[in-house]
Design a protein around this ligand. Structure first.
Ligand code: PLP
Length: 394
């Protein structure tokens, strides 16, 4: 008897039709190969600073192995709110305006589920982080991408944003510094977007996960600190990128108490709380690992400078990204699609990059390269990319 024929498809249709992440598909292939230099992975090559690891070990030694409050350890929430106050000039109440989550991933999932009614439209800029579109659809919302362009250094144009707004629009997602382009907004662009959000009475979901990784300005910022914005912004942040803590899985959201409370209900029933060991580690990061973080940022900056100049020398024009740890060079002159470019480069030179199309249709014609890898690996990868591009012209 053929069992598969006797069963109906139990998977919900809106999940069944979701495509798998383009990055995952590509890296399943990479994982079958040896000796690949990877510029593909979006995570720091650094091990978490030792003081963070030690505090996790110490918390276990002291027998701290229980659940925490649903919102997270109060001491961690206090540390988060004082960090956000000091570096972003935003005041939140740790008792009711802050929730600790399992990465920014969970914080994002919670806010989307907390605000989305079926048919609500949520706007985001493309090329963008792969989860936004899928998360909106999983919550029965309508995902509305707005293209960003190389000629604007991949910043979101306020005019293009406004054109996408309809009576069903509920929220705008902003991720600057941006994955995959490394783009930032200028203060003028942020102010214009804030004005649009206020005028149309929209929520802003600010994914600030790369905020510390900026290379050409003095301070971090958030649209939440602009006039009229704190009450309509959910500020999402975490420890994965700046503190090299991807495996600890800690993020957080700060925002209006009513929305944090709604997010807390979903978190309480689905996740209960973030892991206690990781919460102690995160608290230590904020208290004692800022110098380690600044040291990593210095190293990313040197790598960014190297990789951008090499791409431009090779003849693949590359906007100088001001933040995150990605470059997004233009490969259109090779005549290859971004998928073919990435596959050929992998097969011929054993270098892995991510096709720009994985980040939305307007990422076609570009590739994403992460420079969260050593200078030596970057130099070697760039020599191989140069060899590959020259071979295409012969
Ligand atoms: N948001 C953006 C823009 C990201 O690039 C990532 C991870 O790559 C995440 C959120 C998820 O981060 P976390 O590890 O905190 O879940």
């Amino acid at each position: 008897m053929n069992d598969s024929k006797s069963c109906r498809n139990f998977v919900a249709e809106h999940i069944d039709v979701l495509p798998k992440s383009g990055i995952r598909k590509f890296f399943d292939l990479v994982n079958t190969m040896d000796n690949v230099i990877s510029l593909g992975i979006g995570e720091p090559d650094f091990v978490s600073p030792w003081t963070i690891c030690e505090s996790a070990i110490y918390s276990l030694e002291r027998g701290r192995t229980s659940y925490t409050s649903n919102l997270g350890l109060l001491s961690l929430r206090k540390a988060i709110c004082s960090y956000v106050n000091k570096y972003f000039n935003l005041q939140y109440d740790p008792q009711k305006e802050c929730i600790v989550t399992v990465g920014v991933s969970e914080a994002f999932d919670l806010v989307i589920r907390a605000i989305t009614e079926p048919g609500d439209e949520i706007i985001y800029h493309e090329p963008c982080y792969v989860s936004y579109n899928a998360e909106i659809k999983m919550a029965h919302g309508v995902a509305v991408p707005v293209d960003t362009h190389e000629k604007n250094e991949f910043a979101l144009s306020p005019a293009d944003l406004e054109k996408a707004i309809t009576p069903r629009t509920k929220a705008i997602i902003l991720n600057f510094p941006c994955n995959p382009t490394g783009a930032l907004l200028t203060p003028e662009q942020s102010a214009a977007i804030a004005e649009i959000a206020v005028r149309h009475d929209l929520l802003v979901i600010a994914d600030q996960i790369y905020s510390e990784l900026h290379y050409d300005s003095d301070s971090m910022d958030s649209i939440a600190s602009l006039p009229g914005m704190k009450e309509r912004t959910i500020f999402l942040h975490g420890f994965s990128k700046a503190f090299a803590m991807t495996g600890f899985r800690i993020g957080y959201a700060c925002g209006p108490a009513q929305i944090i409370d709604a997010m807390m209900k979903i978190h309480q029933y689905s996740m209960l709380c973030a892991p206690i060991t990781a919460q102690y580690a995160a608290e230590e990061a904020l208290k004692n690992a800022i110098p380690d973080m600044q040291n990593m940022v210095e190293q990313y900056k040197a790598r960014r400078n190297l990789i951008v100049s090499r791409f431009n020398e090779i003849g693949l024009p590359c906007v100088n990204p001001h933040g995150a740890f990605y470059v997004f060079p233009n490969i259109q002159s090779t005549g290859l699609s971004s998928q073919d470019f990435a596959e050929e480069l992998l097969n011929r030179e054993c270098v892995a990059v991510v096709p720009g199309s994985a980040f939305g249709a307007c990422g076609e014609g570009y590739i994403r390269c992460s420079y969260a890898t050593s200078m030596d690996e970057i130099r070697l990868a760039m020599d191989k990319i140069e060899h590959f591009v020259k071979s295409l012209k012969q």
